[in-house]
Ligand binder design. Structure first.
Ligand code: SF4
Ligand code: SF4
Length: 397
Protein backbone atom coordinates (compact mmCIF):
# COMPACT_ATOMS: atom_id res chain seq x y z
CA UNK A 1 0.00 0.00 0.00
CA UNK A 2 1.19 3.50 -0.81
CA UNK A 3 0.98 5.86 2.17
CA UNK A 4 1.08 9.62 2.52
CA UNK A 5 2.45 11.63 5.42
CA UNK A 6 0.02 14.04 6.95
CA UNK A 7 0.85 15.90 10.16
CA UNK A 8 2.71 12.90 11.56
CA UNK A 9 0.09 10.36 10.44
CA UNK A 10 0.62 7.63 7.87
CA UNK A 11 -2.54 7.57 5.75
CA UNK A 12 -3.26 4.95 3.11
CA UNK A 13 -3.60 6.86 -0.14
CA UNK A 14 -6.56 4.65 -1.00
CA UNK A 15 -9.44 5.60 1.26
CA UNK A 16 -12.55 3.45 1.55
CA UNK A 17 -15.61 5.56 0.70
CA UNK A 18 -18.68 4.20 2.46
CA UNK A 19 -21.41 5.76 0.32
CA UNK A 20 -21.97 2.95 -2.15
CA UNK A 21 -22.14 -0.20 -0.09
CA UNK A 22 -23.86 -2.96 -1.95
CA UNK A 23 -27.53 -3.25 -1.12
CA UNK A 24 -29.51 -6.46 -1.29
CA UNK A 25 -32.70 -6.70 -3.33
CA UNK A 26 -34.61 -5.26 -0.34
CA UNK A 27 -32.43 -2.15 -0.35
CA UNK A 28 -30.69 -3.18 2.87
CA UNK A 29 -26.92 -3.16 3.27
CA UNK A 30 -25.33 -6.57 2.81
CA UNK A 31 -23.23 -6.40 5.99
CA UNK A 32 -21.42 -9.70 5.33
CA UNK A 33 -20.21 -8.33 2.00
CA UNK A 34 -19.13 -5.04 3.59
CA UNK A 35 -17.18 -7.01 6.20
CA UNK A 36 -15.45 -9.06 3.49
CA UNK A 37 -14.47 -5.93 1.55
CA UNK A 38 -13.17 -4.21 4.70
CA UNK A 39 -11.18 -7.27 5.79
CA UNK A 40 -9.52 -7.46 2.41
CA UNK A 41 -8.76 -3.73 2.41
CA UNK A 42 -7.39 -3.76 5.98
CA UNK A 43 -5.24 -6.80 5.25
CA UNK A 44 -3.61 -4.93 2.37
CA UNK A 45 -3.02 -1.79 4.40
CA UNK A 46 -6.04 0.50 3.92
CA UNK A 47 -6.46 2.53 7.12
CA UNK A 48 -8.80 5.37 6.07
CA UNK A 49 -12.60 5.03 6.05
CA UNK A 50 -14.95 7.82 5.05
CA UNK A 51 -18.63 8.08 5.83
CA UNK A 52 -21.22 10.83 6.26
CA UNK A 53 -24.43 11.35 8.19
CA UNK A 54 -26.79 11.17 5.18
CA UNK A 55 -25.07 8.31 3.29
CA UNK A 56 -27.40 5.39 2.61
CA UNK A 57 -30.23 6.96 4.56
CA UNK A 58 -28.12 7.17 7.73
CA UNK A 59 -27.06 3.50 7.63
CA UNK A 60 -23.52 3.94 6.28
CA UNK A 61 -22.02 5.06 9.61
CA UNK A 62 -23.48 2.02 11.38
CA UNK A 63 -22.33 -0.47 8.72
CA UNK A 64 -18.84 1.03 8.72
CA UNK A 65 -18.60 0.77 12.52
CA UNK A 66 -19.83 -2.82 12.43
CA UNK A 67 -17.18 -3.83 9.89
CA UNK A 68 -14.41 -2.13 11.86
CA UNK A 69 -15.34 -3.23 15.38
CA UNK A 70 -12.93 -6.18 15.43
CA UNK A 71 -9.93 -3.93 14.77
CA UNK A 72 -8.20 -1.80 17.45
CA UNK A 73 -9.49 1.77 17.25
CA UNK A 74 -5.98 3.22 16.94
CA UNK A 75 -5.23 1.04 13.87
CA UNK A 76 -7.50 3.01 11.50
CA UNK A 77 -8.75 6.53 10.81
CA UNK A 78 -12.38 7.46 10.34
CA UNK A 79 -13.84 10.51 8.69
CA UNK A 80 -17.42 11.68 9.12
CA UNK A 81 -19.24 14.83 8.03
CA UNK A 82 -21.59 17.42 9.46
CA UNK A 83 -24.63 17.73 7.16
CA UNK A 84 -24.94 21.52 7.07
CA UNK A 85 -25.95 21.31 3.39
CA UNK A 86 -28.93 19.17 4.41
CA UNK A 87 -30.57 21.37 7.01
CA UNK A 88 -32.83 24.33 6.55
CA UNK A 89 -33.27 25.32 10.16
CA UNK A 90 -30.89 25.70 13.11
CA UNK A 91 -30.50 22.42 15.04
CA UNK A 92 -28.61 21.23 18.09
CA UNK A 93 -25.28 20.70 16.28
CA UNK A 94 -23.50 19.21 19.28
CA UNK A 95 -26.28 16.70 19.83
CA UNK A 96 -26.13 15.63 16.17
CA UNK A 97 -22.34 15.33 16.42
CA UNK A 98 -22.66 13.06 19.47
CA UNK A 99 -25.28 11.00 17.69
CA UNK A 100 -22.79 10.47 14.82
CA UNK A 101 -20.10 9.42 17.32
CA UNK A 102 -22.51 6.89 18.77
CA UNK A 103 -23.46 5.50 15.35
CA UNK A 104 -19.78 5.16 14.48
CA UNK A 105 -19.06 3.46 17.81
CA UNK A 106 -16.26 5.86 18.68
CA UNK A 107 -15.59 8.77 21.02
CA UNK A 108 -13.62 10.84 18.52
CA UNK A 109 -13.29 11.38 14.78
CA UNK A 110 -9.82 11.45 13.28
CA UNK A 111 -11.18 13.59 10.45
CA UNK A 112 -14.38 15.58 10.43
CA UNK A 113 -15.70 17.63 7.55
CA UNK A 114 -18.30 20.28 6.92
CA UNK A 115 -20.19 18.38 4.25
CA UNK A 116 -20.58 19.87 0.81
CA UNK A 117 -19.66 23.54 1.13
CA UNK A 118 -20.97 25.33 -1.95
CA UNK A 119 -22.48 28.68 -2.87
CA UNK A 120 -25.78 27.72 -1.27
CA UNK A 121 -24.73 25.81 1.86
CA UNK A 122 -22.00 28.32 2.77
CA UNK A 123 -24.72 30.67 3.99
CA UNK A 124 -25.71 28.06 6.58
CA UNK A 125 -22.17 27.16 7.56
CA UNK A 126 -21.35 30.83 8.17
CA UNK A 127 -24.64 31.82 9.77
CA UNK A 128 -24.48 33.04 13.38
CA UNK A 129 -27.89 31.55 13.96
CA UNK A 130 -26.89 28.06 12.74
CA UNK A 131 -23.66 28.34 14.79
CA UNK A 132 -22.06 25.37 13.01
CA UNK A 133 -18.42 26.42 12.74
CA UNK A 134 -18.07 27.59 16.38
CA UNK A 135 -19.65 24.32 17.56
CA UNK A 136 -17.28 22.22 15.45
CA UNK A 137 -14.30 24.22 16.73
CA UNK A 138 -15.50 23.48 20.26
CA UNK A 139 -15.55 19.74 19.42
CA UNK A 140 -12.01 20.09 18.12
CA UNK A 141 -10.90 21.88 21.27
CA UNK A 142 -12.36 19.02 23.32
CA UNK A 143 -10.37 16.50 21.25
CA UNK A 144 -13.44 14.92 19.70
CA UNK A 145 -12.29 16.11 16.26
CA UNK A 146 -8.63 15.54 15.53
CA UNK A 147 -8.55 17.25 12.12
CA UNK A 148 -11.20 19.59 10.76
CA UNK A 149 -11.84 20.02 7.05
CA UNK A 150 -14.62 20.42 4.52
CA UNK A 151 -15.78 18.82 1.33
CA UNK A 152 -16.25 21.30 -1.46
CA UNK A 153 -18.50 21.50 -4.50
CA UNK A 154 -18.37 25.20 -5.34
CA UNK A 155 -16.29 27.44 -7.60
CA UNK A 156 -12.69 28.65 -7.16
CA UNK A 157 -13.75 32.11 -6.04
CA UNK A 158 -15.76 30.73 -3.13
CA UNK A 159 -12.96 28.31 -2.22
CA UNK A 160 -10.48 31.16 -1.89
CA UNK A 161 -12.91 33.36 0.02
CA UNK A 162 -13.94 30.62 2.43
CA UNK A 163 -10.29 29.80 3.17
CA UNK A 164 -9.44 33.51 3.61
CA UNK A 165 -12.38 34.09 5.92
CA UNK A 166 -11.44 31.09 8.07
CA UNK A 167 -7.68 31.19 7.83
CA UNK A 168 -5.86 28.50 9.77
CA UNK A 169 -9.08 26.70 10.70
CA UNK A 170 -9.04 23.81 8.23
CA UNK A 171 -6.41 21.09 7.96
CA UNK A 172 -7.65 19.48 4.76
CA UNK A 173 -10.19 19.91 1.97
CA UNK A 174 -11.92 17.24 -0.08
CA UNK A 175 -12.51 18.14 -3.72
CA UNK A 176 -13.80 16.49 -6.88
CA UNK A 177 -10.62 15.75 -8.78
CA UNK A 178 -9.94 13.46 -11.73
CA UNK A 179 -8.30 13.75 -15.15
CA UNK A 180 -11.56 14.91 -16.76
CA UNK A 181 -12.39 17.61 -14.19
CA UNK A 182 -8.73 18.70 -14.14
CA UNK A 183 -9.59 21.16 -16.90
CA UNK A 184 -13.38 20.78 -17.24
CA UNK A 185 -14.31 21.95 -13.74
CA UNK A 186 -11.21 23.88 -12.72
CA UNK A 187 -9.99 21.08 -10.45
CA UNK A 188 -6.39 21.96 -11.36
CA UNK A 189 -6.87 25.49 -10.00
CA UNK A 190 -8.55 24.18 -6.85
CA UNK A 191 -5.62 21.82 -6.28
CA UNK A 192 -3.23 24.75 -6.72
CA UNK A 193 -5.20 27.03 -4.36
CA UNK A 194 -5.02 24.40 -1.62
CA UNK A 195 -1.41 23.45 -2.27
CA UNK A 196 -0.26 27.10 -2.24
CA UNK A 197 -1.82 27.41 1.22
CA UNK A 198 -0.27 24.20 2.55
CA UNK A 199 -3.66 22.51 2.92
CA UNK A 200 -3.86 18.77 2.22
CA UNK A 201 -6.03 17.64 -0.71
CA UNK A 202 -8.44 14.74 -0.31
CA UNK A 203 -10.03 13.46 -3.50
CA UNK A 204 -13.63 12.46 -4.09
CA UNK A 205 -15.04 11.26 -7.40
CA UNK A 206 -11.65 10.02 -8.68
CA UNK A 207 -13.49 8.17 -11.46
CA UNK A 208 -16.25 10.78 -11.92
CA UNK A 209 -19.09 8.63 -10.62
CA UNK A 210 -17.76 5.58 -12.50
CA UNK A 211 -17.47 7.28 -15.92
CA UNK A 212 -13.68 6.94 -15.94
CA UNK A 213 -13.79 3.42 -14.49
CA UNK A 214 -15.66 2.03 -17.49
CA UNK A 215 -14.77 4.00 -20.60
CA UNK A 216 -16.55 3.61 -23.90
CA UNK A 217 -15.12 1.08 -26.35
CA UNK A 218 -13.04 3.60 -28.28
CA UNK A 219 -11.41 5.16 -25.21
CA UNK A 220 -10.91 1.81 -23.52
CA UNK A 221 -9.08 0.60 -26.64
CA UNK A 222 -6.66 3.54 -26.34
CA UNK A 223 -5.73 2.49 -22.80
CA UNK A 224 -5.72 -1.22 -23.61
CA UNK A 225 -3.19 -0.48 -26.36
CA UNK A 226 -0.84 0.82 -23.66
CA UNK A 227 -1.40 -2.13 -21.32
CA UNK A 228 -4.05 -4.78 -21.97
CA UNK A 229 -3.99 -5.94 -18.34
CA UNK A 230 -4.65 -2.60 -16.63
CA UNK A 231 -8.20 -1.51 -15.78
CA UNK A 232 -9.52 1.87 -16.92
CA UNK A 233 -9.94 2.84 -13.26
CA UNK A 234 -6.28 2.17 -12.51
CA UNK A 235 -5.29 4.99 -14.87
CA UNK A 236 -7.60 7.43 -13.11
CA UNK A 237 -6.00 6.55 -9.75
CA UNK A 238 -2.45 6.65 -11.05
CA UNK A 239 -3.08 10.13 -12.46
CA UNK A 240 -4.05 11.29 -8.96
CA UNK A 241 -1.14 9.49 -7.28
CA UNK A 242 1.17 11.66 -9.38
CA UNK A 243 -0.06 14.79 -7.55
CA UNK A 244 2.12 15.10 -4.43
CA UNK A 245 -0.36 17.08 -2.33
CA UNK A 246 -3.10 14.47 -2.82
CA UNK A 247 -3.07 12.69 0.51
CA UNK A 248 -6.13 10.42 0.32
CA UNK A 249 -8.09 9.23 -2.73
CA UNK A 250 -11.55 8.00 -1.82
CA UNK A 251 -13.12 5.21 -3.78
CA UNK A 252 -16.73 4.23 -3.07
CA UNK A 253 -16.19 0.51 -3.46
CA UNK A 254 -19.14 -1.85 -3.56
CA UNK A 255 -17.78 -5.06 -5.10
CA UNK A 256 -15.00 -7.34 -3.89
CA UNK A 257 -13.49 -7.35 -7.41
CA UNK A 258 -13.33 -3.55 -7.31
CA UNK A 259 -11.54 -3.64 -3.96
CA UNK A 260 -9.04 -6.15 -5.36
CA UNK A 261 -8.38 -4.07 -8.48
CA UNK A 262 -7.88 -0.90 -6.44
CA UNK A 263 -5.57 -2.64 -3.97
CA UNK A 264 -3.48 -3.83 -6.88
CA UNK A 265 -3.25 -0.26 -8.25
CA UNK A 266 -2.22 1.20 -4.88
CA UNK A 267 0.23 -1.56 -4.01
CA UNK A 268 3.24 0.39 -5.28
CA UNK A 269 3.91 3.73 -6.94
CA UNK A 270 3.37 3.42 -10.70
CA UNK A 271 3.94 6.90 -12.15
CA UNK A 272 2.29 7.57 -15.50
CA UNK A 273 4.58 7.79 -18.50
CA UNK A 274 4.28 10.88 -20.66
CA UNK A 275 2.48 8.81 -23.28
CA UNK A 276 -0.05 7.53 -20.71
CA UNK A 277 -0.67 11.03 -19.36
CA UNK A 278 -1.16 12.46 -22.85
CA UNK A 279 -3.57 9.65 -23.68
CA UNK A 280 -5.66 10.44 -20.59
CA UNK A 281 -5.87 14.11 -21.51
CA UNK A 282 -6.79 13.18 -25.08
CA UNK A 283 -9.59 10.95 -23.74
CA UNK A 284 -10.74 13.77 -21.44
CA UNK A 285 -10.90 16.22 -24.36
CA UNK A 286 -13.13 13.81 -26.28
CA UNK A 287 -15.41 13.27 -23.27
CA UNK A 288 -16.03 16.91 -22.54
CA UNK A 289 -19.56 18.13 -22.91
CA UNK A 290 -20.72 21.69 -22.61
CA UNK A 291 -18.63 24.75 -23.42
CA UNK A 292 -14.84 25.26 -23.31
CA UNK A 293 -14.86 28.27 -20.95
CA UNK A 294 -11.37 28.93 -19.56
CA UNK A 295 -12.66 31.39 -16.92
CA UNK A 296 -10.49 34.19 -18.36
CA UNK A 297 -13.30 36.65 -17.49
CA UNK A 298 -12.76 38.84 -20.59
CA UNK A 299 -16.54 38.82 -21.05
CA UNK A 300 -17.51 39.89 -17.54
CA UNK A 301 -16.77 43.59 -17.36
CA UNK A 302 -19.06 44.48 -20.27
CA UNK A 303 -22.04 42.45 -19.10
CA UNK A 304 -24.83 45.03 -18.56
CA UNK A 305 -26.44 42.88 -15.84
CA UNK A 306 -23.13 41.94 -14.21
CA UNK A 307 -23.53 38.17 -14.41
CA UNK A 308 -20.71 35.92 -13.26
CA UNK A 309 -20.51 34.32 -16.70
CA UNK A 310 -17.71 31.76 -16.11
CA UNK A 311 -19.43 30.59 -12.95
CA UNK A 312 -22.72 30.13 -14.78
CA UNK A 313 -20.97 28.29 -17.61
CA UNK A 314 -19.34 25.99 -15.09
CA UNK A 315 -22.85 25.22 -13.73
CA UNK A 316 -23.97 24.70 -17.35
CA UNK A 317 -21.20 22.12 -17.82
CA UNK A 318 -22.35 20.33 -14.65
CA UNK A 319 -25.90 20.21 -15.96
CA UNK A 320 -24.72 18.77 -19.28
CA UNK A 321 -23.64 15.64 -17.35
CA UNK A 322 -26.72 15.32 -15.19
CA UNK A 323 -29.80 17.41 -14.49
CA UNK A 324 -30.20 16.74 -10.78
CA UNK A 325 -30.65 18.37 -7.39
CA UNK A 326 -26.89 18.17 -6.96
CA UNK A 327 -26.21 20.08 -10.17
CA UNK A 328 -28.78 22.72 -9.23
CA UNK A 329 -27.37 23.51 -5.79
CA UNK A 330 -24.71 25.89 -7.09
CA UNK A 331 -27.44 28.00 -8.68
CA UNK A 332 -29.66 27.81 -5.61
CA UNK A 333 -27.16 30.04 -3.83
CA UNK A 334 -27.52 32.93 -6.31
CA UNK A 335 -29.92 35.84 -6.00
CA UNK A 336 -32.57 36.10 -8.73
CA UNK A 337 -30.75 38.90 -10.56
CA UNK A 338 -27.64 36.70 -10.91
CA UNK A 339 -29.37 33.63 -12.27
CA UNK A 340 -28.99 32.73 -15.98
CA UNK A 341 -32.57 33.91 -16.57
CA UNK A 342 -31.34 37.50 -15.94
CA UNK A 343 -29.33 37.45 -19.21
CA UNK A 344 -30.80 39.97 -21.67
CA UNK A 345 -29.13 38.32 -24.67
CA UNK A 346 -27.16 41.38 -25.79
CA UNK A 347 -24.31 39.17 -27.10
CA UNK A 348 -21.48 41.39 -25.78
CA UNK A 349 -19.88 38.38 -24.08
CA UNK A 350 -19.72 36.29 -27.23
CA UNK A 351 -17.83 39.07 -29.04
CA UNK A 352 -15.39 39.38 -26.15
CA UNK A 353 -14.83 35.64 -25.81
CA UNK A 354 -11.59 34.24 -27.27
CA UNK A 355 -13.32 30.83 -27.44
CA UNK A 356 -16.31 32.32 -29.35
CA UNK A 357 -18.74 30.71 -26.90
CA UNK A 358 -22.37 31.45 -27.61
CA UNK A 359 -22.98 32.49 -24.01
CA UNK A 360 -26.62 33.70 -24.32
CA UNK A 361 -27.59 30.38 -25.93
CA UNK A 362 -25.87 28.37 -23.16
CA UNK A 363 -27.47 30.54 -20.46
CA UNK A 364 -30.93 30.14 -21.99
CA UNK A 365 -30.45 26.37 -22.01
CA UNK A 366 -29.12 26.42 -18.44
CA UNK A 367 -32.09 28.47 -17.32
CA UNK A 368 -34.46 25.92 -18.83
CA UNK A 369 -32.66 22.90 -17.30
CA UNK A 370 -32.60 24.64 -13.91
CA UNK A 371 -36.30 25.53 -14.06
CA UNK A 372 -37.32 21.98 -14.97
CA UNK A 373 -34.86 20.06 -12.76
CA UNK A 374 -35.20 19.14 -9.09
CA UNK A 375 -34.00 21.74 -6.57
CA UNK A 376 -31.47 21.12 -3.84
CA UNK A 377 -33.63 23.25 -1.49
CA UNK A 378 -36.39 20.64 -1.82
CA UNK A 379 -33.95 17.79 -1.13
CA UNK A 380 -32.64 19.67 1.90
CA UNK A 381 -36.20 20.19 3.19
CA UNK A 382 -36.80 16.42 3.35
CA UNK A 383 -33.39 15.69 4.80
CA UNK A 384 -33.67 18.45 7.35
CA UNK A 385 -36.97 17.04 8.61
CA UNK A 386 -35.35 13.58 8.90
CA UNK A 387 -32.44 15.00 10.92
CA UNK A 388 -34.82 16.82 13.27
CA UNK A 389 -36.67 13.50 13.74
CA UNK A 390 -33.41 11.68 14.46
CA UNK A 391 -32.54 14.25 17.09
CA UNK A 392 -35.88 14.10 18.76
CA UNK A 393 -35.75 10.26 18.83
CA UNK A 394 -32.22 10.43 20.25
CA UNK A 395 -33.51 12.78 22.96
CA UNK A 396 -36.20 10.37 24.07
CA UNK A 397 -33.95 7.26 24.14
S1 SF4 B 1 -25.55 38.18 -23.43
FE1 SF4 B 1 -26.21 37.95 -21.32
S2 SF4 B 1 -24.40 37.26 -20.24
FE2 SF4 B 1 -23.71 38.06 -22.20
S3 SF4 B 1 -23.16 40.20 -21.74
FE3 SF4 B 1 -25.27 40.17 -22.46
S4 SF4 B 1 -26.51 40.03 -20.60
FE4 SF4 B 1 -24.42 39.47 -20.04
S1 SF4 C 1 -14.55 35.22 -22.27
FE1 SF4 C 1 -15.23 33.16 -22.89
S2 SF4 C 1 -13.73 31.80 -21.99
FE2 SF4 C 1 -13.45 33.78 -20.98
S3 SF4 C 1 -14.75 33.65 -19.15
FE3 SF4 C 1 -16.00 34.55 -20.74
S4 SF4 C 1 -17.09 32.84 -21.67
FE4 SF4 C 1 -15.38 31.99 -20.51
Amino acid sequence: MIYSDFKGLKLSRLGFGCMRFASGSDGEIDQAKVNTMFDLAVEKGVNYFDTAYPYLGGKSEIAMAEALKKYPRESYYIADKFPGHSINQPIDNIKLFHLALKKCNTDYFDFYLLHNVNEWSVQKYESDEYHIIPDMLKMKEEGKIRHLGFSFHGGCELLEKFLDDHEGMFDFVQIQLNYLDWSLQDAKRKYEILTERGIGVWVMEPCRGGKLAVLNEENHAKLAALNPNASDASYAFRFLCGLPNVKVILSGMNEVSQVEDNLNTFETEKPLSEEERNTLFEIAEGMKKGVPCTACRYCCEGCPVQLDIPYLLSCYNDFKYAVSAVSSMRLDGLSKDKLPSACIGCGQCTHACPQSIDVPKALAELSEMYAKGPKWQDTAKGRSAAIVDDLSRAGSE
